[in-house]
Design a protein around this ligand. Structure first.
Ligand SMILES: C[S@@+](CC[C@H](N)C(=O)[O-])C[C@H]1O[C@@H](n2cnc3c(N)ncnc32)[C@H](O)[C@@H]1O
Length: 336
């Protein structure tokens, strides 16, 4: 795939490099995940992608009023943006997004371009259907949103101008202290940020990642056993080394308070991650992280494919039914 890096993040580990393809694959992931029903409550199945589901939880908790200014942090392909406007059609939204590619998709989904570049790169019918439905819903809201291409940690906005900020799956890609500092500057007094993070960053005391997190599914251990057979056990790290969450509520509260905002956890969303998504999307990335030393991309891809193929039909590799969730905490940070 052509890499056309336009505006990369300066921060380590942030995968959002700026290509149009990245915006397309982000939305493809959202659409693919919809095949797995999520549950609104025990009896209420809803068909939503994970980012839409998280966005809804965040916006549900905000008490946005007519005419409020709402900042959409890391607005990506506009999924959270639409959720804000569906629930609050009279709000004015500013999306700040550092990836030109993600923004290109958001601008198409909000009728701010004709999607020429995107539509040249994909003809996936499920994705195009999703975009068409999205554009149908966003049409009446397009003038209530402005997207800015910028790094949130550096962007200059009017001070004390924002009533609410919504950060869907965003804060963990930034330096938390810098983001809180910026938020304190831009929020009006009593302004709030509703934000979510992810189970490779935050260890939720109710649903510890080591007990429930999909990243620790035994399937990966079986794949790594196959990898060991191919390249030797000394060239492979322990599968439990995968992205351990470094933060808990206390550490988050400390950083937030140190930068002028008071943070509480107000809920947790537990999202199913199905095995097919895990195998296709995550396992290849994890295996590459666990191979020492770094290998040529085509060699590692071959090892990944062959190792997955040898365990996919092994019943004992599929036995772990506990580690299959992404655990998403929802936080509210307030300015005095
Ligand atoms: C996981 S996506 C979530 C997108 C969107 N909020 C949603 O819920 O669908 C995270 C987004 O944050 C953006 N991002 C990461 N660091 C950023 C920064 N420092 N400034 C602006 N955007 C950033 C990424 O480019 C990416 O589009």
């Amino acid at each position: 795939m052509k890499k056309n890096v336009c505006l990369g993040s300066k921060k380590d580990g942030n995968p959002y490099a700026g290509t149009v393809e990245e915006g397309i694959s982000f939305d493809t992931y959202e659409v693919t995940c919809r095949r797995l029903k999520q549950y609104d409550s025990i009896t209420n199945p809803i068909i939503m992608g994970p980012y839409e589901l998280i966005s809804r939880s965040l916006v549900d908790h905000a008490k946005i009023k007519e005419g409020d200014s709402v900042l959409d942090l890391g607005s990506g392909t506009g999924i959270t943006t639409l959720e804000i406007l569906l629930q609050n059609p009279k709000a004015n939204v500013i999306g700040v997004e550092q990836s030109k590619g993600m923004l290109e998709v958001a601008n198409y989904k909000f009728h701010k371009n004709y999607g020429k570049k995107l539509l040249e790169c994909t003809n996936d019918p499920a994705l195009i259907k999703y975009w068409n439905e999205f554009r149908e819903k966003s049409k009446v809201h397009k003038d209530n949103v402005e997207f800015l291409l910028n790094d949130f940690e550096e962007v200059e906005l009017e001070t004390q101008s924002i009533d609410y900020a919504i950060g869907g799956s965003f804060m963990h890609w930034t330096n938390l202290g810098n983001s809180f500092k910026q938020l304190k500057l831009f929020l009006k007094p009593k302004g709030k940020v509703l934000w979510s993070t992810t189970s490779h960053f935050y260890n939720d005391s109710e649903f510890p990642a080591s007990e429930y997190g999909f990243r620790y599914n035994d399937f990966l251990a079986h794949v790594m056993d196959e990898v060991k057979k191919k390249i030797g056990k000394n060239n492979v790290k322990d599968y439990r080394n995968i992205a351990r969450p470094k933060h808990d509520l206390e550490s988050i509260q400390k950083i937030s308070l140190g930068n002028g905002l008071k943070t509480e956890k107000i809920g947790t969303r537990v999202i199913h991650v199905d095995l097919q998504t895990f195998v296709q999307t995550h396992v290849p990335v994890f295996v590459k992280e666990l191979i020492i030393p770094d290998m040529d991309e085509s060699v590692s891809q071959k090892i990944v494919n062959e190792s997955i193929a040898s365990v996919i039909n092994n019943p004992s590799a599929l036995k772990d039914i506990k580690h299959k969730y992404d655990i998403i905490p929802i936080f509210e940070s307030k300015k005095d």
